[in-house]
Design a binder for this molecule. Structure first.
Ligand code: SAM
Length: 571
């Protein structure tokens, strides 16, 4: 790893029992990744890496690899599939060897003769037996891993698919039992109550971290990073600079520290004024193409997300001259889109993905679509997704690997609470589906489009994206990431306010919320934005800001108002 995020600093580096177990596993993961780069259609390698991820405590990444392995078993079995020849050839090296060790699991190989789809000693041959055994192993790894990630409905579906092939497989039967048990617990059902398929929870959480092998994450505090960011910022916020800021450490919820004079702080990045800024003056104006719109027929610009001008004669709006379907608000947006992402998705039917979602998954669909845009930018510009400036330097709210690790010892503490929202659909299935629509080979492009890369992008989007709700039904339908705007920290007595049209604009407030003090920002002061409605009472603000801030707001205004309330209640 080249650098570390602020939250990583100070993590323990003394080797312990966990480290001695992890070291060889991390090395094996690297070897398998290198082998996959040479032989990307080999499902045995994917399965082996899935097992290594399981042993390292990354069930989501294990599920990602088992799913690619499963897709490759389909490629072997069906000669009409695109990678059939490559997947078959990749198996040749196993034709004269014993069963690969990853398939010698429990009673798996004993089941070969009973395989429902006709394999076994008299079946059509070694490679097909291998393929069927591998498919069952994929179902086992997928379903167990997804149980551990909390994606219970998907886990159940993979169990069922596996049990169709090997109805008596004990592992799959057991996993199905876990799904029901966990679902009952999450749904607060009695042991005798039936859990219906449709009510199975499907969203869970996984580790949110700078993976030990992630070499793309910069040291955001380094001189190089800060000068790079400041050079870019100069064009959109000439009176500001990016600096290291000292912020209160956020708490999970209410605490009795509101009245304390000194509270713990941590270092993160923030925006600061270099010169005096007058009340009402524009502080920052940022244009971003990292946008998403989840309505199929919506009149927003595909590039910047602003409302389109009416489509009548003489309008500035422009359609893509190749696919016609994609509309931009003007010539500038069209040409920026052509330069940076659109050709990767032009006429590829990517537009229908994740559109018009149910209200309960409106947010999730916007995150998927932001990822889709990032993948299109990466593919068109031929740059690794995590190297794109739009995401490289942004805050990911990462948790140190050592805190996320599962303690497998006898005296283990309760398992850590993982913080990155996860579902099989968002984190594994849809990203691969989008890549396939873009005609990207999802096996040969593993170094760029691996599951951990999707997760890292999601972690960054979740801490920084802004969304706009439609007036029609109040659902979020447009979202964007503005990598410089999102460097501004929050305060409930902000000195700026913001609006997102085609550009994200921050301007200095005319008056401050607290005490109606005059606005304006002095050179050296931090730019404080607001992530919630600052006109609400303190408890409501803290509840609202909890999601976007990542914890209980400890700004001076919140602490003063809460301490005052507590004092009042005590009297
Ligand atoms: C959009 S980012 C802001 C920029 C970020 N500080 C960085 O280093 O890039 C939001 C994150 O900044 C931190 N943050 C912002 N305002 C804060 C505040 N008033 N108190 C504590 N943390 C804050 C929280 O960790 C939050 O999740």
């Amino acid at each position: 790893m080249e650098g570390s995020s602020p939250s990583m600093s100070g993590s323990a580096s003394v080797p312990d029992e966990g480290d001695s177990r992890r070291g060889p596993l991390l090395q094996r993961r690297q070897e398998l990744s290198d082998e996959l780069a040479r032989d990307p259609y080999d499902f045995i390698l994917f399965l082996e890496r899935a097992v290594v991820y399981s042993d390292l405590g990354y069930p989501d990444l294990a599920a990602g690899d088992a799913y690619r392995a499963l897709l490759l078993t389909d490629e072997v079995s069906d000669e009409s599939f695109e990678y059939h020849e490559q997947a078959r050839e990749a198996l040749e090296k196993y034709s004269s060897t014993d069963l690969p060790s990853v398939l010698q699991h429990g009673t798996l190989a004993d089941g070969a003769p009973d395989m429902v789809d006709g394999m076994g000693p008299d079946g059509p041959g070694h490679s097909q037996t291998l393929t069927s055994l591998a498919a069952v192993r994929c179902f086992q790894v997928l379903s167990l891993s997804l149980v551990l990630c909390g994606s219970l409905k998907s886990a159940f579906e993979f169990c069922e698919r596996g049990l169709k092939m090997v109805p008596n497989n004990r592992d799959l039967q057991e996993i199905k039992g876990y799904v029901e048990k966990l679902a009952r617990r999450r749904l607060h059902k009695r042991p005798d109550e039936t859990v219906h398929y449709n009510e199975l929870p499907n969203r869970g959480a996984v580790r949110r971290e700078v993976y030990p092998w992630n070499t793309y994450e910069p040291d955001r505090f380094s001189h190089e990073s800060l000068s790079f960011l400041n050079k870019k910022l100069a064009t959109m916020a000439p009176k500001c600079e990016v600096r290291v800021s000292s912020l209160p450490v956020l708490l999970e919820g209410e605490s009795d520290t509101d009245g304390y004079e000194i509270i713990p702080t941590c270092s993160q990045l923030g925006l600061f004024a270099k010169e005096n800024i007058a009340p009402g003056e524009t502080v920052l104006e940022e244009y971003s193409l990292l946008t998403a719109n989840n309505r199929h027929k919506e009149s927003t610009c595909d590039a910047c997300g602003s409302e389109l001008p009416p489509l009548k004669l003489g309008t500035q709006a422009q359609s893509c001259p190749e696919c016609y379907d994609t509309v931009f608000c003007d010539e500038v947006c069209l040409s920026k889109a052509q330069e940076q992402y659109h050709p990767a998705v032009c006429d590829k039917d990517v537009d229908s993905i994740a559109k018009d979602p149910e209200a309960s998954v409106a947010d999730e669909s916007l995150y998927i679509l932001l990822l889709a845009r990032l993948l299109a930018m990466s593919s068109h510009q031929d740059v690794h997704p995590l190297d794109l400036t739009e995401v490289k330097y942004i805050w990911g709210d990462f948790v140190p690997t050592s805190i996320n690790d599962l303690d497998l010892s006898i005296n283990a503490e309760p398992p850590p609470e993982w913080t990155l929202p996860f579902s099989f659909k968002s984190n594994i299935e849809m990203p691969l589906h989008i890549l396939e629509k873009m005609d990207i080979d999802i096996y040969a492009s593993l170094d760029r489009y691996d599951t951990w890369v999707f997760n890292t992008a999601y972690a960054k989007f979740r801490g920084t994206a802004s969304a706009r709700k439609t007036k029609r039904d109040g659902r979020p339908d447009v979202a964007a990431v503005h990598p410089f705007w999102c460097l501004a920290n929050h305060d409930c007595n902000p000195n700026v306010t913001w609006e997102w049209g085609g550009r994200m604009v921050l301007w200095a407030r005319e008056t401050r919320v607290v005490g109606n003090q005059p606005g304006g920002i002095k050179a050296g002061e931090e730019i404080f934005n607001h992530y919630c409605d600052v006109n609400l009472p303190v408890q409501d603000r803290r509840e609202w800001a909890k999601g976007s801030l990542g914890g209980w707001c400890m700004c001076q205004r919140c602490r003063d108002e809460a301490a005052h309330l507590e004092g009042g209640e005590m009297k």
